[in-house]
Unconditional design. Structure first.
Length: 186
């Protein structure tokens, strides 16, 4: 889930920037330092949006920069267990589909897509049911639920999110729409 959070951190201003220390400079330095990083307490930092307070800087012996304690707002993404998320299929492989949910991808394992057997077509990058003909491919919008979560703070690309689409109200948007229309006709 995306959240707006207030964070207190320290940012180093290099010597060549000391003549123009202001909130805009601090915001840029915080963006360079934090955006794209993962912190277990707040999740993945997507964007630093506003600097509130800028205290006096501190000089540390042996370090050329000046360190400024800073209070700022950030937009973060921190997926919660059992959260329902909409995403887009970004890659299809033999064992499932990777779904983009915010700044990270989750795995929708082939066993969690449908009760039907799905065959993989590598040429078209899609999984297709031999029974109903339903398929899932790159760029398909899907609604899933987060069922496993392992966040790696040091290497965010190694984080793992497991998804399911086998519960009521979940799946490829087209399938959900078709089901609603069939139920409305009955």
């Amino acid at each position: 889930m995306f959240k707006k959070v207030r964070i207190i951190d320290t940012v180093e201003v290099p010597p060549d920037k000391l003549g123009d220390v202001n909130k805009d400079l601090i915001k840029v330095l915080l963006q360079e330092k934090l955006e794209g990083r993962v912190d277990k307490s707040v999740g993945s930092i997507v964007s630093v949006t506003h600097v509130h307070d800028l205290e006096e800087g501190v000089v540390l012996p042996g370090y050329p920069g000046v360190y400024y304690p800073t209070d700022f707002d950030a937009i973060t993404f921190d997926p919660s267990m059992q959260e329902v998320v909409d995403g887009t299929v970004v890659e299809v492989v033999e064992f499932g589909a990777f779904v983009g949910i915010g700044p990270i991808d989750g795995l929708l394992h082939v066993s969690q897509i449908s009760d039907e057997y799905l065959s993989f077509n590598g040429e078209n990058q899609q999984l297709t049911s031999t029974e109903s003909g339903k398929s899932i491919k790159v760029d398909d919008p899907v609604r899933t639920r987060i069922v496993t979560k392992s966040i790696d703070e040091r290497n965010p690309r190694e984080s793992k999110i497991g998804l399911t689409a086998k519960q009521p109200g979940l799946g490829k948007h087209e399938w959900l729409k078709d089901k609603r229309e069939r139920e409305a006709d009955n």
